[in-house]
Design a protein around this ligand. Sequence first.
Ligand SMILES: NC(=O)c1ccc[n+]([C@@H]2O[C@H](COP(=O)([O-])OP(=O)(O)OC[C@H]3O[C@@H](n4cnc5c(N)ncnc54)[C@H](O)[C@@H]3O)[C@@H](O)[C@H]2O)c1
Length: 384
Amino acid sequence: MKVMIMGMDGYLGWPLSMHLSSRGHEVSGVDNLSRRKNVNETGSWSATPIKTMNERRIRYKEVSGKDLTFYRGDLVEPSFTDLVVKKEMPDCIVHLGEIPSAPYSMIDVDHCNYTQNNNIIGNNNILFAMKDHVPNCHLLKLGTMGEYGTPNLDIPEGFFEIEYRGRKDKLPYPRQPGSWYHLAKVHETWNIMFANKIWGLRATDVMQGVVHGVLTDDMETDDLITRFDFDEVWGTAINRFCAQAVVGHDVTPYGKGGQTRGYLALRDSMQCFTLAVENPPDETEYRVFNQFDETYSVNALAEIVSKVAKEYDLEGKIRNIPNPRLEAEKHRYEPDMKHLPALGFKPKFNLEDELRITLPKLIEYKDRIEAKRDKIKPKIFWSQ
Ligand SMILES: NC(=O)c1ccc[n+]([C@@H]2O[C@H](COP(=O)([O-])OP(=O)(O)OC[C@H]3O[C@@H](n4cnc5c(N)ncnc54)[C@H](O)[C@@H]3O)[C@@H](O)[C@H]2O)c1
């Protein structure tokens, strides 16, 4: 299958490119390298020293014998997006090419607008290019479980049956996003549903939980490793906790720590994406997958990181700190995850297993975390 990966240089895009290529797919990709620039702008860096796209592709060719085609450019430019889709004529587009940080979008009006413009317009350009050149192509689009927020109800996969004033209907489940970034994701979901309705574009909208881990089976050497961000802007809670444990800093959950989310190991996320790519929706179908393995509160995450850290003689002392975000700190969280298991998804790597791979790798790069340890403490506040 011809698969085009938007956001090929990113945390997920790079390992997925190698993974799909090693399964025999013909892989091309696009990136404007903005993630590297945006992380630099906030004064941080990846704990793992990542190679340039050219170096990565050359090294991958040396170890696998396979080529990865790469286009450097901005999906926000309609003519560029149109051109690359027309040139590649993919069977599947995996769209990961967005700005993925809630705190970044909350910095100020410029960062809010940059995030929303980048993500919503880039996504629109892909939809129009598909309509014009590959109307039968499958769009595998990365949304986030954060689109749903934390309702006091179970969370289905995209749609739910509702009865109101004696009438029943199947409707999109209400979205209650918690940042400008998450709001953009919700808007993209509406735009994809609309493109599906008017043009019959087929799409899988993946509501993905937080992905953790840094290595996959294709990373034979650290030249092929993916990025691992740990600062307040780009690092997820679990990444921050790992980095804090490695440099002997307290592990600091925000607020009361009851905030609960879905989590998924990087290697399991490769399995999920592969199943979705290789089992496309029917022509003209729009479907939603919730994608996670396990749910944890941030306190539970901190406890597990601390427990595994002790195996490596790291202290991992836990200390809750004031929450910079406005979010429920104790709530119900019961999302469904039925569609991927129905396609054969079986999680293989639980959080503790994955931490036993991630923490030793981070210990190798402890100096890089130490150099940016002042970037972990939160300075971006939702209410300011
Ligand atoms: N990593 C997670 O835990 C997670 C969880 C839920 C959802 N997601 C979603 O998955 C997707 C990928 O996430 P990630 O963690 O790999 O992020 P990432 O920032 O590492 O990767 C995104 C890549 O897209 C590129 N990009 C951004 N805007 C672009 C544009 N206009 N044109 C071309 N390239 C552009 C970036 O340079 C980057 O390399 C995002 O949409 C994110 O919201 C990720």
